[in-house]
Design a protein around this ligand. Structure first.
Ligand SMILES: Nc1ncnc2c1ncn2[C@@H]1O[C@H](COP(=O)(O)OP(=O)(O)O)[C@@H](O)[C@H]1O
Ligand SMILES: [Mg+2]
Length: 209
């Protein structure tokens, strides 16, 4: 029996990503708990469930956490654009990753860049903050595996009294052989490809407004 099991219920569920469901921490509203969304595995074969399930689920969390820890030693101060990982927990829905909730100035959950694009909120200030994020991604050693618009949120930083974009997912090496980790030139190449893609999407959405 697991001690200190956190009970999550559908009322605490805030978001669903491609792989994980995101819940509000029932004991601290400034925190979120990310758990694997197992429903997408329901139709998989018994073999897949037995042999691939834990491998895949482990990878999702280990990739991100290992990269987060590596950055604390490598780029320490400059990694403020990555979501803060607070720890791990056991929940009734399985293993949980506890992270700091990124918020807007009014205390709502920070909106994704996808939302800002969809609702045509990309103005010169937002563009400026996005430019800063993309510059930081390129200037630091962070390894990016998935830079999509839903993995970037626009959060208010109370210390700086300013908004900034934060990566809340998609860090760490995804490939079986961690080529981005081994070869800095591949890491650079991937990051410039990803950041260029984001710029293209934003420019296109600008042109359409
Ligand atoms: N730290 C955070 N602060 C605020 N919102 C978040 C945070 N982490 C995740 N979210 C929200 O939850 C959604 C899904 O989270 P994500 O970690 O990307 O899940 P997945 O691994 O399934 O893609 C995000 O698109 C974002 O809207
Ligand atoms: Mg995601």
């Amino acid at each position: 029996m697991v001690h200190n099991m956190i009970s999550l219920s559908s009322e605490n569920k805030l978001f669903s990503g491609g792989y994980r469901d995101v819940y509000q921490h029932p004991l601290d509203e400034k925190l979120l708990i990310k758990v694997m969304n197992t429903s997408r595995w329901e139709r998989k074969s018994r073999f897949q469930k037995k042999y691939l399930y834990h491998y895949f689920f482990t990878k999702v969390f280990v990739r991100e956490t290992a990269e987060y820890i590596r950055l604390q030693f490598r780029d320490n101060l400059e990694s403020d654009f990555i979501q803060s990982i607070i720890g791990f927990c056991h929940t009734n829905l399985g293993f949980g990753l506890i992270v700091k909730a990124e918020l807007s100035q009014t205390g709502e959950y920070a909106k994704t860049l996808q939302h800002l694009v969809d609702t045509k909120q990309i103005n010169s200030e937002v563009n400026h903050h996005l430019k800063i994020l993309l510059e930081k991604i390129l200037a630091t050693s962070v390894i990016i595996s998935d830079l999509n618009l839903k993995n970037i949120v626009y959060a208010y930083n109370r210390n700086d009294k300013s908004y900034q974009f934060i990566l809340i997912d998609g860090i760490g090496d995804k490939t079986f052989i961690p080529v981005q980790n081994i070869f800095p030139f591949i890491r650079k190449y991937c990051k410039s490809k990803y950041t260029r893609k984001i710029k293209e999407i934003i420019n296109q959405s600008d042109a359409n407004t």
